[in-house]
Every structure is written in C-alpha cells, then in structure tokens.
Write a protein that binds this ligand. Sequence first.
Ligand code: ANZ
Ligand code: ZN
Length: 837
Amino acid sequence: MDKDQRYVPQNIEPKWQQFWHENKTYYAKRDDSKPKFYALVMFPYPSGDLHMGHMRNYTIGDLTARYKTMRGYNVMNPMGWDAFGLPAENAAIKDGKHPAIRTLQNIVDMKDQFAKMGIVYDWDREVASCLPDYYRWTQWMFLQMYRKGLAYRKKAAANWCPFDQTVLANEQVVNGRCERCGTEVIKKDLTQWFFRITDYADRLIDDLDLLPEWPERVKTMQKNWIGRSYGAKVDFPLVGHEGEIAVYTTRPDTIYGATFMVLAPEHPLVEQITTAEQKDLVESYVVQARRQSEIERLTADKDKTGVWTGAYARNPITGKNIPVWIADYVLVTYGTGAIMAVPGGDERDYDFALKYDLPIVAVVEPDTSVEPVESGDPSVVPVLKAGARVPLYTGPGHMVNSGPLNGMPTTESKAAMIKLLEERGTGQGTVNYRLRDWLISRQRYWGAPIPIIYCPECGAQPVPESDLPVILPLDVEFRPGGESPLARVESFVDVTCPNCGGPAKRETDTMDTFVDSSWYFLRFCDPHNDLAPFDPEKVNYWMGVDQYTGGVEHAILHLMYARFFTKMLADDGMVNVQEPFNRLFTQGMITKDGAKMSKSKGNVVPVDAMVDSQSADTGRLFILFIGPPDEDAEWNDRGADGMHRFLNRVWRLFEGEVTVGGSGQDRAISDYSASDRDLLRRVHMTIKKVTEDIERFHFNTAVSAIMEMANAMQAYRDAHGPKTYAYSEAATSLLLLLAPMTPHITAELWKQAGGEGHIHTQPWPTFNAELAAAERVEIAVQVNGKVRERIILDAEATEEEAIAAALASEKVAAIVAGKEVRQARYVPGRLVSVVVN
Ligand code: ANZ
Ligand code: ZN
C-alpha cells in the first residue's frame, strides 16, 4: 500500500470519524460471550460550546471505552443530555429564543464537536431529559416516590433566589449565594414537594462501604453531608410555663456543665416564653437573624451575639434553674433547634458565656494534669481565654463536677448518662442527621411538570400512569413572576379530577433537574422502551456502571440522589444492584491563564480551533499528558505543540517498508539479535506500564512511556532500518497502545502499514514477560583474589545489588562469616571482588 508522505490530520480525521459513524463501531448489543463493561461519562447540560477544558472527561471516557473494547469487553458507552434547567430559560428571557429550540440546536452543535474530536458514543441510546419520551418516565419516578410515601408536600422556609425567582435546594446555596447566578439567597415560606431521602440516610452512609473503587475524598464528602451523629434528646422543663425544651446533644454526659440554654431565634417557643421586659430586644434580634444565611451564622470565628428571653428552664439532672437565651449560632433546622450550652466543653458556648458573663463549669479533665494555655487547640490541651477563670477543654479524659459520673473516662460517660436519662424518663439516646429531605419543587418553566392534580373535593391526586406524560406546553410566556410560568397557561392548569371527574387544577411547579439525572444511566440500558422506564432484565445485564467519570462538583448532590433512586428502585425489584456506580473517577479542572476555562472569561481553547490548527489527536494526547488527571492542570499552547511534533515523529516511524499486525509469537528469543532484544524489552516493558497506568488512570505517565518507546524505535531504526521482525513488532505495539488515545492517526497508520481489519477491534497487546525480562549474565565472585562462586544476575544490576547478591550466596557467606569485609567491587557483567581479613 502506498503511504502518505506527511502527517496531514485534516485528510485523515474526518475519514475515520465517518468510518466509526457508518460502521457503528461502538454501538452496544448484548453479547454473553464476553464480560460486559458499562462506561459512562456524566451527561452534560447542552450549553452549546465545547472547549478543551470540557474535553478532559470526554477524552478519558472515550479512551476507557476504546481500551476496554480492545481488552475483549462488550462495552456500552452511551451519551445524552441533561437538557432541562435554568440557563436555557434565563437566556430565553433575555433574547426570546425558546428554550426548546435553543436546547435542541445546542445538542446538534455539541454532537458535531464530539465527532470532530473522535469521541464515539452509541448514539442509538441517546436520551434528552427535556423530551416527553424521557420526562414521561421522570414523572413515573415521581409517582413511585408518591406511592411509597417518599414524596410529600409541606410548607417550608425555602431558599429563594430573587434573581432566578426560584427555590433552591440547600445544596444549591453556596456561601449564602445562588450557585447559578451568585445572587444572595433569602428565605421564603412556600408549600413545596419533597422527597424523603432522609429515610435512606443510614443506607446512604453504610453502603459507601460497598464502594472500594470510589475516591476516599468523595465518600468523606457524602458522609459529612449526611452528617450522622449519635447522642441524646433531653427534655429541660420550663420554669413557670407548661412544657419543656427538647435539646439534641452529642454530649449528654456533660449535662452537669449545662449552665444555660440557647434556642434558635426562629424556635416556636421563643414567642411564648419571652418576658414582657425582654420582648423588644428579642423581637429585633429575631428580625436581624432571619436576614442572615446559614453559612454566615455558622462561621466559627464570628462574634457571638444573643439575647436573654427572660425565661428559665430546669436542668433535669442537676435540678438547677438555668436561663434560656436565643442566639443565631443555633440553627432551627438542625436537631431540635435548641441546645443545652456547656461552656466548659464547647467552644461556641464558651465564647458566648464569656461575652455575656454566664457561669462556666469544667466537667472533663485530661487524664494527665496539664496547665491550661492561653491559646491552642482545646481538644488537646485546656485553653484559658482572656477574661476566663475556668478553661475550655473539648478533648478526652475523665469526668469531674458531675455527680455519679465523677472519675469515669469519657469513653464510657456518654452511654452511662444516656442510661441515667432513660431511667429517669427525661431523655433518650438518638441518632441525628444533618441531611434534610430533598426539596424538588421549582417555580420555573423549563423542567418536568410534577404529575399532581389538586381537586377541591379530593385533594391532591396523582396523575394516573396511563395519562403520562404531563406534557410541558411549548407556547408559554416564561418571564418569571414568583410562581411557575405554567400557572399562567389555562389550558395546562384546568383539568378534571382523575378521581371524581370534577374540575381541578394541575400542579404548576416543575421538578429539580437533579431528578432527571438521578436515573438516566438506567434509561441508557433500554432507551426506546415506551411501556416502562426500562426493562429490568436489560438494566440488570448492564448495571452497575463499571466506570463513571465526571466532575468533582457532583461529588455530593448528583451522586447522592442517583444512589437514592437506585436504592428506591432496588426496593421495588426494578434493579438488582444497591449501588449504581461501581467505580468513580473525578477529573481535575483544565485552567488557562490561571482560571477555569470559561467562555465568559474569554480563556477557552475551542474544539474547532484545536482541530483546525493541529488535530483532534493532538488535543486528546495533550489533555492526557497534561498532568495527573485527578488534579487541576494549566493549558499551554507550547505543550500542545510538543504533542503535535510527537505525532509527526510517530508518522515518520512508519516511513519506508514498515508492516504491522504480524505477531512475533512463533519466533524464539534466540531468533533475535541483541539489539532486537533491547528494542523488544523496551516494547514489552512499555506494554506492561501503559496497561497498568491506564487501569489506574495514570494517563500522563502512560503517554511518557510511549514517547520513550518511540525514541528507542527511532534509535533502532537509524541503526538497523525498519525492515526487521523486531521493528515490525514494535511498530504494531506502538499503534495498539496509542489507539485509544489518538484513534485517528493510529487507525490510518494501521491501514497504511497493511494491518488486518480495523485497529480498534484488534486485541490489546499482551505483555511477554520473557521478552521484557532484563538480560541475565553469569558473574564470578572472588574472595581475596580467588574465584569461589558463580552467580546469575540481571545485566543491568547496580553495584550495590551485585555485591549484595554475591555476599548472600551460600558459599561466599560461609567464607566471609565472622570476618570483616574491607573492600567490595563490581566489574559490570563480569565479576564481584570481595576482600576480607
Ligand atoms: C452539649 C454539648 C457539649 C455539645 C459539648 C457539644 C459539646 P453534631 O456533632 O454536628 O451533631 N447543637 C445541637 N443542635 C444545634 C443547633 N440546632 N444549632 C447549633 N448547634 C447545635 O453537633 C451536635 C452538637 O451541636 C450538640 O451537642 C449541640 O451541642 C450542638 F461539650 O450539646 B452539644
Ligand atoms: Zn376530585
């Protein structure tokens, strides 16, 4: 076959893209003769523009799919669109272009850009969450939640973004601001739909243990988010009022040190117990506290503020009356919204007591007596802050000033106090979670309508399954107004009650888009099913996802919600896995000029620019080479130039009579010359390293190893030319190793060099330990000038290794025993000489 003289990617890349497209090379079918492999990259929001920063996870995903195919797996590698959501709607408000039109256009553009980068998917499985054949089943999922009592409605103070005019989940509030637009979030009381994810809190924590191939960091983030803690609920009777204040504490054992109580400013008891004298102060404090965000209120070093209500409660263990305060560091949404304050053992309580001159009692002492220091870590040493007579100590030790607990180690005191409280009927041991139920209502247009109908006679009624989908009307004025734009569409709102047939109204809120993305990986297994969201048999063949790749920004929300859905469906026997994603990889960001690549900052390298100026393969290889893929990395054009030069060198390695595809398996090692063996040793070492590196996702070191191998090939070629068996084997391996990384150039060279079939359907090269083994040589060992032994060593052994091996041999060890080794030398490849006295 004639070979092209020069590497001209613009001639070869479109051709191979066409080939993969027409041959459906990566379209998956069930095949029981092979193990299955489900490769998945988080499906994107169709924003329209793809740049090289985005390409990191798609390149990794594409490499994974191509590599696993070569490894003999039956691979499914689907793609779709997380297509509902605010950006399209906000853009529509600005320029009037309908979100549906914008979204579908963006999808077309992005598919085009994937193709241009040689990123291949099984497009027969494509889904878009904004289309009725998908959101019909999202609505079906809602009905399952409803049927199981996991979807419910309640009035709640919601996070409200005044700019986006919508409710946000806690997870979407970052530092008190809207995650999307950065506007400060306020609280607003609304009736909203929730999913009872808290019912699954324990399983969501405990089943993290089923995920050894998830990054520890992500598992820790999920654990902290769910925030399970063990403690007690304790009742403090009110003095002069009916009832009691319930507190949640993780340290009931410190109750002897509880010298005051603090309620959240929003706590329902505040109004009831505040005395007339304190009323004005309390009311104005409540108003200012409500204005602050949760994050601001929790900031540890924030100056503590609060007001006394004028009321007292009785410490149920000491019997003493203690004052009840309100303060913004206590949150109404956590525990019971009230605490027993133990200033000797809790830093916030300590600072508060110092500021308002409340009594402090030490209840825990370290086991070995240590002097308090002025500042330091109170969990290690007692700290005596300015103005205090009693130190703060939060560490382990034994109980003091605590009646029957005195002297007891803190490892036992918690259980002992819970027992005492339970015996007296004034408290009980309990588990508490930070996790709240998932607020899914959005007062916005571009989402899946919640399938509920409100009937004045029958109340809230689920839309019958047979009436799904509840179609999102297209002819809508989407200007926001605090209620869903759907509320203004009469033809949508007015319906008949599915129960009594009377006039009724539809729910007009839409679902949080995280609902859409909580089950898409299941739909990919059976994307065209119009009788059910999926056939469990198909799902059970492909699930769980063997490799899930995406951004660490989804470490909490998306992954937790998807795990929750999977468990809910597993409970119904719809899926047979408890966890959706067996192995997770979260890639780092690509920055340029020190900032995350983004269109608004003007620091992007667009896909088109990359492909047109150099090549898709160059861009892919540089993205893989740029650094450890789990870390952030800075793009630089010179690095990309270097990769482009490398691909040119690879091209030139195939000049002249180079053939590929023959395997050297029928040849004996003795058929090769010494320099052949040097080359093949390097090749097989590289096969081993690249295989291991790809399995571990260390792509950058895999690329370096391939580059070194190419250098060795060049040196061999300069000396011996390309027409030997050894060179042909090296050339074959080089293309196969590069095939998942730079698919176009390798497919082309494979064909030009007479390779059989298509490179991406060839088996992955196998490592030959015999060829990889270093040359072995026989070495004489002299002791005091006399040859005593012969040992076999690696030809590349160092002096240290050679001497150690010589001294360890049985004969030499016997001679040397009890004597002092005065000198030892190694003459490489020949001799170890030892001098003893
Ligand atoms: C007494 C005590 C003594 C506490 C002590 C701690 C140390 P985690 O571990 O995060 O669950 N707390 C309870 N409800 C609160 C609320 N709504 N707002 C602010 N703080 C609240 O934290 C539980 C601890 O946080 C509880 O245990 C309580 O203070 C405080 F030496 O009670 B502790
Ligand atoms: Zn009715």
